[in-house]
Design a protein. Sequence first.
Length: 123
Amino acid sequence: MVKEKKIEEKKIEGIGGWLIIPIIGFFLTIALQLVDFLDSWIYYYLEDVVIYMAGNLFLIAFATVALIMIFLKKKEAKTWAIVTLSISALSNLVYASYIGAIAGFIWIMYFLKSERVKNTFVN
């Protein structure tokens, strides 16, 4: 009689692994957009400044909410992260930063397919 060995599968969950990279990205987004927001007075046309500043504040707000949801491990974290990454990727496309857009879409796929994301954000 052959004894069957139970192989215990370790459940991948928690904030760690590849998930750290988009989290760092959200922190950098907030910091860089804040610096950009404070520097946007150098533009000449008021309408452009207002639109640009509103866009910066919008992205700062979304990245902040995404981070809060991630650290609270809420189900909504996945949605907030995907929306924030989508906005960022689309804005990169508008400003012809194709590498930033491609990176954003890669991280969107990570949030959609990752086992760690599915197991971590359950509250």
